[in-house]
Design a binder for this molecule. Structure first.
Ligand SMILES: Nc1ncnc2c1ncn2[C@@H]1O[C@H](COP(=O)(O)OP(=O)(O)OP(=O)(O)O)[C@@H](O)[C@H]1O
Ligand code: SF4
Ligand SMILES: [Mg+2]
Length: 327
């Protein structure tokens, strides 16, 4: 359904006011480039749930926005059903834009506080001719029920709902335009653990019932473990490992994946606690040479500082980018 081909994204950071003043006083000030994504290839098959994981700032949201078509890559292309999103025009472009919807972390920030739920959910389908005016009310009720919301509350405003219910409103709004692919960016991160489980279950039910495909972005491995068929691990703008979920958790290949997975055992075996990886995340303004992970890797060799490892198949359907796989 989705093929991301060699996606790179660079943000040029202009000097801010303080820096410009410093520059006028003789300091060496110049614009800086953030390397948010560097040659990312990810394919997502129809019906598949792909989890995208990595530490803060590794480029997950940037990739999600590019896949959803709301941000342009600096290099590379997104093929949607085999066709480059950039080349679509007119009705085709509008249709693709509806087919791919994004769900964000903070439902409060992404819902208009002055709109009633019925308008939040019902606006886009009416605008795009998905429902006729006289069917609108019934359609809103059905969509609300679909995500576990009581339609008798449809005249209320977002602040009158709990966090979990607000996320359901966000999901209802996305579903209302009948998408086939959802990019969920930290969609449960802001919720309490018990509510997280309920919303994750909703995502899984919707997938079954509506035949949806997901890119599920999370910094939390325990979230993607339960929902994903395949997990892609990113580090500083590059994919370091990609694997079906079970073997990834049972036998991670990449030292970074291993570090992410090495968490403290808990009394409750159902919920592992993952600890932060040792060492600091390097700046994407000036990424390390060779393998980006080498300053934090226990196995780093001379070669790792010079040569970036390519993603290679290490087992059927499993890819990893580490020089250890060559020895
Ligand atoms: N619009 C922008 N302008 C400049 N830099 C940006 C912009 N958006 C993202 N970045 C930078 O690109 C890098 C990747 O950011 P991104 O938000 O994609 O990371 P992330 O993996 O989603 O992080 P988090 O887990 O914190 O959400 C970061 O260094 C970020 O500061
Ligand atoms: S390539 Fe080298 S530094 Fe990078 S993860 Fe593998 S062993 Fe570690
Ligand atoms: Mg993000």
């Amino acid at each position: 359904m989705i093929e991301a081909r060699g996606i790179s994204k660079r943000f040029v950071k202009m000097p801010d006011l303080a820096a410009r003043i410093a520059g006028r006083l003789g300091a060496d000030v110049h614009e800086e480039t953030v390397h948010a994504l560097d040659g990312v290839n990810i394919d997502i098959a129809r019906g598949e749930v792909v989890g995208l994981v990595g530490e803060s700032g590794c480029g997950k949201s940037t990739f999600g926005r590019i896949v959803a078509g709301i941000m342009e890559p600096t290099e590379g292309a997104i093929l949607y059903r085999g066709r480059d999103l950039k080349t679509l025009q007119g009705a085709e472009a509008r249709e693709a834009a509806l087919q791919v919807q994004m769900i964000f972390q903070d439902p409060f920030a992404s819902l208009n506080p002055r709109m009633r739920v019925e308008d939040i959910v019902g606006e886009a389908p009416l605008l795009h001719g998905i429902v006729a005016k006289r069917e609108r009310s019934e359609y809103i009720d059905a969509t609300m029920r679909r995500v576990g919301l009581d339609p008798t509350f449809k005249r209320r405003y977002p602040h009158q709902f709990s966090g979990g219910q607000r996320q359901r409103i966000g999901i209802a709004r996305a579903l209302a335009v009948k998408p086939e692919f959802l990019v969920c960016d930290e969609a449960v991160a802001a919720l309490d653990v018990s509510i997280q489980a309920q919303v994750l279950n909703l995502f899984m039910d919707l997938r079954q019932d509506l035949d949806l495909t997901y890119l599920f972005i999370s910094h939390d491995l325990s979230v993607v473990e339960h929902i994903s068929d395949r997990v892609v691990i990113m580090y500083l703008g590059r994919v370091v490992e990609s694997s079906p979920t079970e073997p990834l958790f049972a036998e991670p290949n990449h030292p970074y994946t291993k570090a992410l997975l090495a968490g403290a055992p808990t009394l409750d075996a159902r919920r592992r606690i993952y600890e932060p990886v040792r060492g600091e995340i390097p700046s994407p303004l000036d990424p390390p040479t060779g393998c980006h992970f080498h300053p934090r890797c226990r196995h780093a060799m001379a070669r790792c500082r010079e040569e970036a490892p390519a993603l290679k198949e290490v087992a059927p359907g499993r890819h990893s980018a580490c020089h250890l796989n060559d020895s």
